[in-house]
Ligand binder design. Structure first.
Ligand code: HGY
Ligand code: MN
Ligand code: MN
Ligand code: MN
Length: 407
């Protein structure tokens, strides 16, 4: 088995084929959770797994599990997986690389007629991106019991469409109980989505930690009035107040080591050039690898919102609806052992993005395998990892899973 390797060209062709579903002119992918394109991608994944003899089941929040039997199916399976949903201007690799590395592992085991001691589980998690429906990692977070199933199925997108209705419409509102596919270990391969591995010229990142995340919806409520007749000192300008909060978020992030603060979404009402904005609703995304620092950042944002409400004499509603605490990956030594056995250059790293493995770490020994991506770009249509880089990650996944299956 030592010399067993995945098929680099087949993995690349599979990535490119999947990338056609929701493919954009600039070479990226727009395949939002619960859409027809998500269905097409899911159906393709299921057909590939069934072609290799897997049995496939879908749970109550649409997570897909393709199971390859082992010698002793009473033992917990070794799992892998990631997500197929993308950002609106996403790439071909974020999440998809992890899912299709799993498919390539499956194909390699199947064609070599390798019997593994335990079953192997290949999964696709619902709405990891948190772009159309919030929060991110929604399927894996619900699977591990961090989120309430009914509440998550009732989440709606900006058009008021329910996640549950979309999953039913695309045929992926399953009936399998959450968490009922017992796994003994879980490994997720993922592109780094940042510049470090490329900078350090390392082929593999041994992911030791997933950083903390806090998400907010911030609503600033002022008073719409005429831009030509309302003196500056008599305005309740929601845009002015919102801009102060966005700027302070940037200051908070810079004030703290490894602090990150982002406003990605903003809605202005009534959104007319000669009416002073009456309401501005926007997202806020704070991150830090340390829970104590992330809490301080949270407290500073809260205090500043109260200050702005007073100074601008208007309402600021801060809805802190999602907190993901930093998580250690306790099976990362398995990843390191496989990486060293295969002779790939590597380094320890922490995950800046959230991943489904971050929630799976609640339940089972979990590890993540990072591969470099060009210029560290992700959540961007220019996202790119080379066939060789992808193959290295998939080979590490193959050997990590084979070793874990022997335990
Ligand atoms: O937000 C994230 O880090 C991930 O892309 N869902
Ligand atoms: Mn991802
Ligand atoms: Mn992502
Ligand atoms: Mn993920």
């Amino acid at each position: 088995m030592q010399d067993l390797r995945i098929n680099e060209q087949r993995l690349w062709d599979t990535l490119m084929e999947m990338g056609e579903i929701g493919g954009t002119e600039k070479g990226g992918c727009n395949r939002l959770a619960g859409t027809d394109l998500d269905k097409q991608a899911r159906d393709l994944f299921v057909s590939w797994c069934e072609a290799c003899g897997c049995t496939v089941e879908v749970d109550k929040i649409g997570n897909i599990f393709a199971r390859r039997p082992g010698i002793n199916n009473d033992l917990p399976a070794v799992g892998t997986g990631s997500h197929l949903d993308t950002q609106p201007t996403g790439g071909k690799f974020d999440g998809v690389f992890g899912v299709l590395s799993g498919v390539e592992v499956l194909r390699t085991l199947h064609e070599n007629k390798i019997e593994t001691p335990t079953a192997m589980e290949f999964s696709v998690w619902t709405n990891e991106e948190g772009s159309r429906f919030q929060p991110a990692m929604q399927g894996s977070g619900t699977y591990v019991g961090r989120f309430d199933l009914a509440a998550e199925l009732n989440k709606t997108d900006v058009n008021g469409i329910r996640l549950g209705d979309e999953l039913e419409r695309i045929g992926y509102l399953g009936d399998m109980e959450l968490g009922s596919r017992h796994m003994g270990a879980f490994f997720e391969a993922h592109i780094e989505q940042g510049p470090i591995l490329e900078d350090e010229k390392k082929a593999i990142g041994i992911v030791r930690l997933g950083q903390g995340i806090r998400w907010y919806n911030i609503e600033v409520v002022g008073r719409p009035s005429h831009s030509g007749t309302t003196p500056m000192h008599l305005r309740k300008d929601a845009m002015l107040a919102a801009s102060a909060i966005v700027t302070e978020m940037n200051n908070i992030a810079h004030r703290h080591e490894n602090g990150l603060g982002t406003v990605g979404y903003m809605d202005v009402w009534p959104n007319s050039r000669n009416t002073i904005p009456g309401k501005v609703t926007f997202s806020a995304d704070l991150r830090n690898p340390r829970p104590d620092v992330l809490l301080t950042m949270h407290e500073e944002l809260e205090a500043f919102c109260e200050k702005v409400a007073k100074e601008h004499n208007l309402d600021v509603n801060l809805d802190h609806f999602w907190y993901f605490a930093p998580v250690e990956f306790n099976a990362s030594d398995d990843v390191k052992a496989a990486t060293e056995k295969l002779g790939y250059s590597h380094m320890d790293i922490y995950a800046g993005a959230g991943h489904d493995a971050c929630y799976m770490a609640d339940l089972v020994p979990t590890g993540m395998i990072f591969t470099p991506c060009l210029n560290g770009i992700s959540h961007n249509e220019a996202e790119y990892s080379s066939p060789e880089e992808c193959a290295a990650g998939a080979n590490v996944l193959l050997h990590t899973m084979l070793e874990a299956s022997k335990r």
